[in-house]
Design a protein around this ligand. Structure first.
Ligand SMILES: Nc1nc2c(ncn2[C@@H]2O[C@H](COP(=O)(O)OP(=O)(O)O)[C@@H](O)[C@H]2O)c(=O)[nH]1
Ligand SMILES: [Mg+2]
Length: 225
């Protein structure tokens, strides 16, 4: 549960929030600073940079830097988009300052080595797939690439199926089949097997990010508490 530092974070507080991620420092003594790196991965044009822009807007109040985005002349990401967000996490009466760096990888084939570099040191990944049925091969290839980089490291990831607003989007069922995912809607912990999004409108972009952050934080603490 992430609450930004706009007064009271109304939208989020009504959901409860067992994790108590907050933009405000609160009353617990600050214990330590945690730093995470979250990567947006997926085929070219699937909507990674759009996700990044929407997140940057939604977390405006907790942003540490303005963020940057370097583009090729045709408007595609050449290197990466990057921004840092800062939150406070109250867990077991201890307060942590959580600093999250968000980066998006370029999907362009000729930059494969920069994509590997982007994944280096990742604590969590959002895989952004395209709902265009003609992009299924690219989705599969990019997903294979991701799992080949991450399989040994057990990095938490969530799968986002973006562009649900397209006229004839691939069905979620076919998408899951194509990637070899379970047909169920949720995993046991309540996270979704696939997050349907419309990044262009900012739809479900934040929920997807927050659900990943919860996994990343639990993953970090699981050997420590
Ligand atoms: N229809 C639709 N278009 C989208 C959506 N998200 C992104 N796009 C468009 O897809 C194109 C590629 O998006 P971009 O974020 O640059 O993709 P990236 O290469 O993965 O970073 C742009 O024209 C976006 O406006 C969406 O949810 N729906
Ligand atoms: Mg991009």
């Amino acid at each position: 549960m992430i609450v930004d530092s706009k007064e009271n974070g109304k939208e989020e507080q009504k959901n409860g929030g067992e994790l108590g991620l907050s933009g405000k420092s609160g009353s617990n003594a600050l214990k330590e600073v945690l730093q995470f790196k979250i990567v947006y991965w997926g085929p070219g044009e699937s909507g990674k940079t759009t996700n990044y822009f929407r997140l940057r807007e939604k977390f405006d109040a907790v942003k540490l830097n303005a963020g940057y985005s370097i583009e090729t002349t045709d408007g595609r990401t050449l290197w990466q988009d990057s921004v840092r967000l800062s939150f406070y996490l109250n867990l077991a009466k201890v307060k942590y300052n959580v600093i999250t760096q968000i980066v998006t990888a370029t999907g362009q084939e000729r930059f494969l080595s920069t994509r590997e570099y982007v994944l280096d040191g990742a604590d969590g990944v959002v895989f952004v797939a395209d709902s265009d049925p003609d992009k299924m091969e690219q989705n599969k290839r990019s997903f294979r690439e991701l799992t080949s980089f991450t399989q040994d490291q057990q990095i938490p990831y969530v799968i986002q199926l973006n562009k649900r607003d397209l006229e004839n989007p691939i069905s979620i069922e076919d998408f899951k089949k194509g990637l070899g995912l379970p047909q169920s809607e949720e995993y046991e912990d309540g996270s979704l097997v696939v997050y349907p999004t419309v990044a262009l409108q900012g739809e479900s972009v934040r929920r997807c990010f927050e659900d990943l952050m919860i996994q990343v934080i639990f993953n970090f603490f699981k050997d420590k508490l």
